[in-house]
Design a protein around this ligand. Structure first.
Ligand SMILES: Cc1cc2nc3c(=O)[nH]c(=O)nc-3n(C[C@H](O)[C@H](O)[C@H](O)COP(=O)(O)OP(=O)(O)OC[C@H]3O[C@@H](n4cnc5c(N)ncnc54)[C@H](O)[C@@H]3O)c2cc1C
Length: 636
C-alpha cells in the first residue's frame, strides 16, 4: 500500500489532494455530545475468525507464513482511511460519457473519477489478476492466495474488482489457446501480449477486458444474438493497426451489446453470429489513427450509446455498445463460441462466489463493530442483547458455511488448472486426489456456490443494514459504515454471470444429464471420504448421510423436467450438504468448540425453542460472532 501511494504521490496524487481540499464545501463546526462511541472496522486478519480458519485449512504452514505479511498489509489497507476516501469519491462521481469535444467533434469518451482509477490500479498492484506471479511465488497456492485477497479487497474496491475478475477469466481463456500448438504465429503473438497485460501486476501496464454477450433479445439465452461477424480481411496494402501496434483482425463485427461492464477496457471477448453459428472474437477497443499528421488512437468501430443507471455497482461503468465495423480475431473454432465463454465463466463464477461472501463479511464486520459500541434499552451494549446476538450469530453461521464452500471450489479450480500438483498438500485434504472427481465436483459446485452465495450474501448484508438501525439504511459518507452500498452491490451477483434460476437449471443438468452418473458417483465418493468419523460429530454426520441418500433418490426417481422445476430446492440441498460436510471437516480438524457449534447449527433442522439457557446460548452466540475469546466483552 505504502509503495503504491508513494508511486501515486510522485505522479498526481499530491496535486489532486490539494484540488480536493480547495473544492471542499465549507463545513460548519457544531460541537455535539456523542451518543455512541465511534465504531471502528478492525483488520479482518485479526477480526474475522472465518477468514483465519480458511487460512489454516487451505494453506500449509510454510506457505501461510510466507503469505501472512502480504495478506496483513492488504487487510490493513482495505479498511484504511485512504481507501475509504477513494471509495467515497468513486461513489460520489460515477462514470460519465463525454460525447463531444470543445470543437464539436463527436468523441463518446468515458470519464471516470480519480478515486475509481486508484482503486483499480491498487487492485492490479496487489496482483489480484496476476495469477502467474502469485503461483510462482506461492508454489501452486497462488489461486487460493488470489481469492483470499479478492475476498478482502472486493468490498473495498468500489466494484473495480469486477475488472480484475474479468481480466483473470479472459486470461484463462487466452492461456488455454496459448497452450495449443495449432494457433498461427500472429494470433499467438497477439494473445500472448494481451495475456501478459491482463495478468500484469504493474498498474501502468495492467489491462481490463470486456465480455460482451447480452443483447436485447437475452442474456441467459444467447440464441437470439443479432451481432454478426463477417470474414473480410484487410487488403494487402492496408496496414491498419490496433492501439498496441498489432494488425487489425480479419473479422468485422456489427450489432448492439446491451450490457457491458468493460466499457473502459482495452479489449473484449465478444459473441457474434457467423455462418457456422455463435462464435467468440477478440476485439481491441482502440485502433491507431493519424490526425493532422500526428499519431493517436480512436475507438475501434464501437460507440458507447449510454451508461446504464443501476441499483448498485454505481461506480462500475456498465454501458450499451454499438458495434459498427469493429475489427477482431476469431477465438477458437468458428461456431463454438459458447464453449469459449464457458472457460471464462468457469473462473469468474468462482471469483463471484468468494467475492460476494467478502461483501457479506465486510457488512458483518461493520455490524460487529457497531454492536461493540452501541447502547440500547437503557444502556445495555448491543453485544449483550440476546436477541440481537442471536440474529447476528445466525448470519455468521451462514457466512462461515459459504466461506468454506467458496474456498473449497477455489481449491478445486486450482487443481483443475495445475499441470502438476502443489508440492505440499494443504492442511485439510478436502480436494479429491482423482483429477476426474475434482473436475466433476468443480462442474457441480461452481454453479451451486455462486448462486447460493449470492442469495445468502443478500440476506447477510441485509442483516447488517438492519443491525445498524437507521444509520444502516443511509448512504453514509463514511464508507466503512455504508452497509447499504454493500447490499446494493451484492444484489448484482444474483444476475450477472448466470441468474440463480439459470444456475439451478445447470445444477440439475449436471446431476441428471449426460455426465450425471459420473458427477453423482464422484460426489458420493467425496461425501464418504470427507465426512469425519469422530464420535462427537456422529449425529451431524448421520444427518448428512441421510440427506445425501434422499438427494440420490430424488435425482434418480424424478424426470429432468420435474427436477428442473424444483431446481432451487435441489441446488439448496447440494449447498447444505457440501457446506455441512465442509464445516464438520473443519471442526474435526482441531475440535474447536465454536467451530463444532457452527457446524451443528448449520446442519441440525431447526426446532422451535429446543434450548433452555439464555446465558449459555448467549455466550455461544457471542463467540460465533466475535470469536473464541472476546476479551473486550469483559465481565457481564
Ligand atoms: C450490473 C450488471 C452488469 C452486467 N454486465 C454484463 C457484461 O459485462 N456483459 C454481458 O454480456 N452481460 C452483462 N450483464 C447482463 C447479464 O449477464 C444478464 O442480465 C443476465 O445474463 C440475464 O439476462 P437477461 O437480463 O436477458 O434476463 P433473462 O435471461 O431474460 O432472464 C429473465 C428471468 O428469466 C429467468 N430465466 C432465464 N432463462 C431461464 C431458464 N432457462 N430457466 C429458468 N429461468 C430462466 C432468469 O432467471 C430471470 O429471472 C450485466 C448485468 C448486470 C445487472
Amino acid at each position: 500500500m505504502l509503495q503504491f501511494i508513494q508511486r501515486v504521490q510522485t505522479n498526481t496524487w499530491r496535486d489532486l489532494s490539494k484540488l480536493t481540499k480547495t473544492t471542499q464545501i465549507t463545513t460548519i463546526e457544531v460541537t455535539e455530545k456523542k451518543t455512541t462511541e465511534n465504531a471502528r472496522l478492525e483488520n479482518p486478519l485479526r477480526d474475522d475468525v472465518a477468514f483465519a480458519r480458511i487460512l489454516d485449512a487451505y494453506l500449509p504452514p510454510q506457505i501461510k507464513e510466507r503469505a501472512e505479511g502480504e495478506l496483513a498489509a492488504l487487510c490493513e489497507a482495505a479498511v484504511s482511511e485512504q481507501v475509504m476516501d477513494w471509495i467515497a469519491e468513486a461513489e460520489r462521481c460515477p462514470a460519465q460519457i463525454q460525447h463531444w469535444d470543445a470543437w464539436g467533434v463527436k468523441k463518446d469518451e468515458l470519464v471516470t473519477s480519480q478515486g475509481w482509477k486508484y482503486l483499480w490500479q491498487y487492485g492490479i498492484s496487489e496482483r489480484l489478476a496476476a495469477l502467474p506471479s502469485l503461483d510462482q511465488e506461492y508454489e501452486g497456492y497462488g489461486r487460493i492466495i488470489q481469492l483470499l485477497k479478492g475476498h478482502i479487497y472486493g468490498p473495498s474496491s468500489a466494484t473495480s474488482g469486477f475488472h480484475l475478475i474479468l481480466a483473470d477469466g479472459v486470461a484463462a481463456l487466452l492461456l488455454s489457446h496459448l497452450r495449443e500448438s495449432k494457433i498461427d504465429k500472429s494470433t499467438r503473438a497477439l494473445f500472448q501480449y494481451a495475456y501478459d497485460r491482463l495478468t500484469s501486476p504493474d498498474p501502468q501496464k495492467g489491462w481490463a477486458s470486456g465480455l460482451w454477450m447480452t443483447e436485447r433479445g437475452g442474456g441467459s439465452d444467447l440464441t437470439p444474438t443479432e451481432t454478426t461477424a463477417t470474414y473480410s480481411p484487410l487488403s494487402p496494402d492496408d496496414d491498419s493497426k490496433d492501439a498496441d501496434g498489432f494488425p487489425l483482425g480479419p473479422w468485422v463485427l456489427n450489432g448492439l451489446k446491451w450490457f457491458s461492464t468493460g466499457t473502459e477496457a482495452n479489449m473484449a471477448i465478444a459473441v457474434a453470429r457467423t455462418e457456422k453459428g455463435l462464435s467468440a472474437f477478440y476485439v481491441p477497443m482502440r485502433r491507431a489513427v493519424t490526425v493532422d499528421g500526428a499519431p493517436t488512437t480512436e475507438l475501434n468501430g464501437v460507440r458507447i450509446r449510454r451508461l446504464k443507471k443501476k441499483l448498485g455497482t454505481k461506480p462500475l461503468p456498465t454501458s450499451e455498445l454499438e458495434l459498427n465495423g469493429m475489427r477482431g480475431w476469431l477465438v477458437g473454432k468458428e461456431g463454438k463460441g459458447i464453449n469459449e465463454i464457458g472457460i471464462v465463466l468457469n473462473v469468474t463464477r468462482v471469483h463471484l462466489a468468494v467475492g460476494v461472501v467478502g461483501y457479506a463479511g465486510r457488512a458483518l464486520a461493520a455490524a460487529r463493530a457497531f454492536a461493540k459500541v452501541r447502547k440500547v434499552a437503557r444502556g445495555t451494549p448491543l453485544s449483550r442483547v440476546p436477541l440481537h446476538m442471536r440474529s447476528l450469530a445466525r448470519a455468521h453461521v451462514a457466512y462461515r458455511a459459504h466461506m468454506m464452500l467458496g474456498f473449497f471450489v477455489t481449491a478445486l479450480l486450482a487443481k483443475s488448472e495445475q499441470q502438476k500438483q502443489p508440492s505440499t498438500p494443504a492442511v485439510l485434504e478436502l480436494v479429491p486426489k482423482s483429477s476426474q472427481d475434482a473436475s466433476c465436483l468443480l462442474r457441480l459446485l461452481g454453479s451451486v456456490s455462486k448462486a447460493s452465495a449470492a442469495m445468502d450474501a443478500c440476506s447477510m448484508t441485509q442483516c447488517a443494514v438492519e443491525s445498524l438501525g437507521g444509520v444502516g439504511y443511509l448512504e453514509n459518507e463514511e464508507m466503512a459504515f455504508n452497509v447499504s452500498r454493500l447490499w446494493r452491490d451484492a444484489v448484482a451477483t444474483l444476475i450477472g454471470e448466470g441468474t440463480v434460476d439459470v444456475l439451478a437449471t445447470d445444477v440439475v443438468k449436471v446431476m441428471k444429464g449426460k455426465i450425471g452418473s459420473y458427477v453423482m458417483a464422484a460426489f458420493g465418493r467425496w461425501v464418504k471420504a470427507t465426512l469425519p468419523s469422530k464420535e462427537s460429530l456422529a449425529p451431524e454426520a448421520a444427518i448428512m448421510t441421510q440427506q445425501w441418500a434422499e438427494l440420490q433418490t430424488a435425482i434418480s426417481k424424478n424426470s429432468m423436467e420435474y427436477l428442473t422445476m424444483n431446481g432451487r430446492e435441489i441446488m439448496d440441498r447440494v449447498c447444505k450438504l457440501s457446506t455441512g460436510i465442509l464445516l464438520l471437516a473443519d471442526a474435526a480438524r482441531d475440535d474447536n468448540p465454536v467451530a463444532i457449534e457452527v457446524a451443528r447449527r448449520w446442519i441440525r433442522p431447526t426446532t422451535l425453542l429446543s434450548g433452555s439457557s439464555v446465558e449459555q446460548e448467549l455466550m455461544f452466540d457471542q463467540q460465533i460472532v466475535f470469536g473464541n475469546q472476546p476479551t473486550w466483552l469483559g465481565e457481564p
